[in-house]
Write a protein that binds this ligand. Structure first.
Ligand SMILES: C[S@@+](CC[C@H](N)C(=O)[O-])C[C@H]1O[C@@H](n2cnc3c(N)ncnc32)[C@H](O)[C@@H]1O
Length: 238
């Protein structure tokens, strides 16, 4: 996987998530020790959606962030977009919120929305997967209204400290093993990809600089899970 680039990499990621869609939520709960929903709540909090506001959850997958947004802001217009249709089909079947999200097939690098139409654009575990981070950020800025908020949740390369060997063991052995036990061979492969892409991804500070370079202001981030996870946020200038 590490050697793939461009369209090949996108196709690989898309097919991988379609294969694991049915078991994705359960595996997530297990590998995060049940913490993942808490991180998604933080994403929605940082999105600070106004009443009747509109939120795009890009790379929505099975919709956990979109559902969290609807719990917090029941009158919001929530769009869930992803290029893995299998993930969204699983999400749509989930009640009560599955039917209330406007699901859309979309590539994060070329969003099918007009300029300046969302109050918030959020994503969970997208940016590590895209082949062009700057382009993904540009697209998110384009579709945000002035003063709209971007919020990004993703994994971060484990920091160099005493815990690193244990974290690496969890990433390289624990996660693929859980993936394989719960989801079979396809999930085992997918959850080997997670540690690979996490180690190759930007540090939280590097990602914050890229968000700034994409034209956002008031950027901040919070590191979670011993520095292996981060939530970033920023505002599109008026
Ligand atoms: C790990 S899942 C995360 C799903 C969800 N956001 C969550 O928090 O559980 C990553 C999702 O990103 C989607 N994805 C990756 N690259 C994408 C792209 N370029 N355009 C749209 N979706 C993409 C995958 O299809 C997958 O559903």
């Amino acid at each position: 996987m590490a050697q793939l680039d461009g369209d090949e990499r996108s196709a690989y990621v898309q097919a991988m998530f379609d294969r694991i869609a049915e078991r994705y939520d359960l595996i997530n709960r297990l590998i995060s020790g049940g913490q993942d929903q808490k991180w998604r709540r933080l994403v929605v909090e940082k999105a600070a959606l106004p009443p009747q506001g509109s939120l795009l959850d890009i790379a929505a997958g099975t919709g956990d962030i979109a559902f969290e947004a609807l719990k917090t802001a029941p009158t919001a217009r929530v769009v869930g977009a992803d290029f893995a249709l299998g993930m969204m089909l699983v999400g749509r079947g989930r009640t009560p919120h599955g039917q209330r999200v406007a699901w859309t097939g979309a590539d994060a690098l070329c969003l099918p929305y007009a300029d300046c139409c969302f109050d918030a654009v959020v994503s969970g575990y997208l940016m590590r997967n895209v082949v062009d981070i700057a382009q993904a950020l540009d697209e998110q800025r384009r579709v945000l209204k002035p003063a709209g908020r971007i919020v990004i949740l993703d994994t971060s390369p484990p920091p160099d400290n005493l815990l690193k060997p244990l974290i690496m063991l969890h990433l390289k052995v624990g996660i693929p093993l859980i993936g394989r036990l719960v989801g079979g061979k396809a999930a085992g492969d997918a959850y080997r990809y997670l540690p690979e892409s996490t180690q190759a991804f930007k540090t939280p500070l590097e990602l914050a600089r890229l968000i700034e370079a994409a034209g956002f202001r008031d950027i901040g981030f919070k590191m979670l899970m011993f520095g292996t996870m981060a939530v970033h946020w920023g505002i599109k200038p008026r």
